[in-house]
Write a protein that binds this ligand. Structure first.
Ligand SMILES: Cc1cc2nc3c(=O)[nH]c(=O)nc-3n(C[C@H](O)[C@H](O)[C@H](O)COP(=O)(O)OP(=O)(O)OC[C@H]3O[C@@H](n4cnc5c(N)ncnc54)[C@H](O)[C@@H]3O)c2cc1C
Length: 414
């Protein structure tokens, strides 16, 4: 089937937060908006992000907020100046959803859920006239420049005045964003930084014994320090989780970009874990050295130092047996346990992707320089950020910028 639309029509491909935001801007601007998504319904990753508490943005000052985008802070800053974290909160309130700032500065909808927000938003978009086309997997362009979709009814081609690609990154592909767009755009001369895991766990290569006994156990309130080969040091407190192959969780995600880069350059990254933050080394050494009588070293460490089973297991896994007979060595290990990370977990398991369409290949409206009329938004762009609402905020803002760019293109042809 071939479908000719007028020049004021726009195709949005991808119905995550970025694509839906672009759709909103374009429909409000008077365009005919058709939104296509490969999945049976839109916003699946957004809904997943809402499981266990939808952290949609952060309330910290703007100058601190933009620092979270690291090497791409300048490009993201431009977008956030157009659609700021405060503007995002107001926009959410406009959907009838109230928000609150948690003790960490993270911003959540009051009910902590993504589904009511998405439901209200989709209702408003449909009422405004956005046409949704589900089970339409975009496969590229025909020789005649039409968009090609694989649908349950067969191939469909579409001609539009502008296109916004908001196809997501490559993590959690079961939710729709598979990264299959990378070779399609590369073939068109678009430079793509390779997609890499971001906010991910890492492999350690535990012994079978440790893995079987402790996988799934949390390590609560520890401090992790990491100094990269260039001497840049980071230190963070929080919780993480022992997995079957290594370690994951919020604390590790927060350091994951630096750890991943270090493994890429050096082959491994060593973190130091303080199992007893707030307790001085000298005190720990005194407790360890305290006579233990007939008690085992494990129950001694439990009662005198306050270590739990998984922490003691970790010491046994990482520290040579002879250190257990040397209170000074053991105390140092408790305060700075070296853990060698050997590989990031695969992209499919990561919370988000680093890499994507490079900023040099787009103008400041996010239009591809080599493909006038084609705009890109969301996680498919080459940036990364920690969790904490920074990912969604930049996705919404880039959708807004791409939507406004496409509107200008439709109206003026430039
Ligand atoms: C478990 C988890 C928890 C998260 N928690 C948070 C959090 O608390 N805070 C936060 O800020 N972020 C969080 N994120 C990240 C956040 O959800 C993503 O960054 C965000 O959804 C990306 O938005 P997007 O619109 O760019 O892409 P996506 O939401 O990935 O949407 C892309 C859409 O494009 C469609 N698509 C892809 N390829 C095609 C194709 N060829 N044809 C047609 N359609 C296609 C997909 O089906 C999908 O609907 C989390 C992510 C995960 C996985």
């Amino acid at each position: 089937m071939r479908n000719k639309l007028n020049a004021k029509s726009v195709a949005i491909i991808g119905g995550g937060p970025a694509g839906l935001m672009a759709a909103e801007v374009l429909i409000q601007g008077g365009a005919r908006v058709d939104l296509y998504d490969a999945m049976p319904s839109v916003g699946r990753k957004f809904l997943m992000a809402g499981k266990g508490g939808m952290n949609i943005t952060h309330a910290e000052p703007f100058f601190a907020f933009i620092e979270r985008y690291g090497a791409h802070r300048e490009q993201i800053k431009g977008m956030l100046q157009i659609f700021s974290p405060e503007a995002l909160r107001e926009w959410i309130h406009g959907l009838g959803i109230s928000t609150f700032v948690g003790s960490s500065g993270r911003v959540f909808p009051t009910d902590m859920k993504a589904a009511p927000l998405l439901r209200a938003w989709l209702h408003r978009l449909r009422e405004s006239g956005v046409n949704f086309h589900m089970r339409h997997r975009w496969t590229g362009w025909s020789d005649a420049g039409e968009l090609c979709f694989a649908t349950p009814e067969g191939e469909r081609t579409v001609q539009t005045g502008a296109v916004v690609l908001a196809l997501g990154g490559g993590s959690w592909p079961q939710l729709g964003s598979t990264g299959a767009w990378v070779p399609v755009l590369e073939k068109r001369g678009v430079r793509i930084a390779p997609l890499r895991p971001s906010n991910c766990g890492f492999d350690v290569g535990w012994s079978e014994h440790f893995s079987a006994k402790f996988a799934g156990h949390p390590l609560k309130t520890v401090v992790v320090s990491f100094t990269d080969a260039a001497g840049v040091a980071q230190r963070k407190q929080g919780d993480c989780m022992v997995t079957a192959t290594g370690i994951e969780g919020g604390l590790i995600y927060a350091l994951s970009a630096a750890l991943r880069d270090e493994i890429e350059t050096c082959g491994f990254a060593t973190i130091l874990i303080d199992l007893t933050p707030g307790k001085e080394l000298a005190r720990i050494e005194a407790e360890v050295a305290h006579p233990r009588g007939s008690r085992s070293i494990s129950s001694h460490l439990q009662s005198r130092v306050g270590l739990n089973r998984v922490q003691i297991g970790l010491l046994r896994e990482c520290v040579p047996a002879e250190a257990f007979a040397d209170p000074a060595k053991l105390a140092r290990a408790i305060k700075a346990l070296p853990l060698k990370l050997i590989a990031p977990r695969p992209l499919e398991e990561a919370i988000s992707s680093a890499g994507g369409v490079t900023f040099e290949t787009m103008d400041d409206r996010l239009m591809l320089r080599s493909m006038p009329g084609v705009f890109c938004a969301g996680e498919m762009l080459d940036w990364e950020a920690p969790t904490g609402g920074y990912l969604l905020t930049a996705c919404f803002a880039s959708g807004r910028v791409a939507g406004e760019g496409a509107l200008q293109w439709l109206n003026n042809g430039d």
